[in-house]
Design a protein around this ligand. Sequence first.
Ligand code: SAH
Length: 224
Amino acid sequence: MRIDIITVLPELLESPFSHSIMKRAAEKGLLEVVVHNLRDYSVQKQKQVDDYQFGGGAGMVMMIEPIDRCINNLKTQRTYDEVIYMSPDGELLTQKLANRLSLYQNLIILCGHYKGIDERIREHLITREISIGDYVLSGGELAAAVVVDAVGRLIPGVLNNEMSALEDSFQDNLIAPPVYTRPAEYNGWHVPEVLLSGHTANIEKWRYEQALERTQQRRPNLLK
Ligand code: SAH
């Protein structure tokens, strides 16, 4: 999968994909993230990408032209499955959506800044809008990094069997069961006996019951 991210702050996206699972996905050739500096597509001398909003009011608005030029340039090189705009009023990112996006080949993610982007970009160039939650960030970069991480680890082949995404929370509408590691006892805090029993069927059963109980307690809406 290839993901092109369009931003005015490329520096913010230097690190998130250079470590751990995202790094491995890149090394395996399964995920390529390319970050584009929107200012490179500005036709103005000052590399301006934003302007005052019509009708007045505080805050700058990102202009159409640099974004249009950048997206068009990318589209001449390959076909994109979606052109995504990160937006607090977009569709909420869920594991289900991440699963769906992980099956695509090419994605563009546009990060907004300031007051947001000229509405006409959303009407004519954007095919999907995604929010990472009901709060407002200063820019779309961290939100885009969240989407790429959530989607990237689901690309077939990125995770190995032992860390299969199928056992993660939300994957089957259940919260993941609790996990423990050595030592088996610390300060009198004990690991549940069943996990030390070596009895695979009992362990599976316990984990399923825990997942169910946790989901009932913490996210009962998932069980509906
Ligand atoms: N004025 C806008 C917010 C602009 S915040 C409003 O009230 O809706 C600046 C940029 O940050 C947005 O263009 C968007 O790209 C990004 N952003 C902010 N909050 C976000 C969220 N919860 N999810 C995804 N992107 C977000």
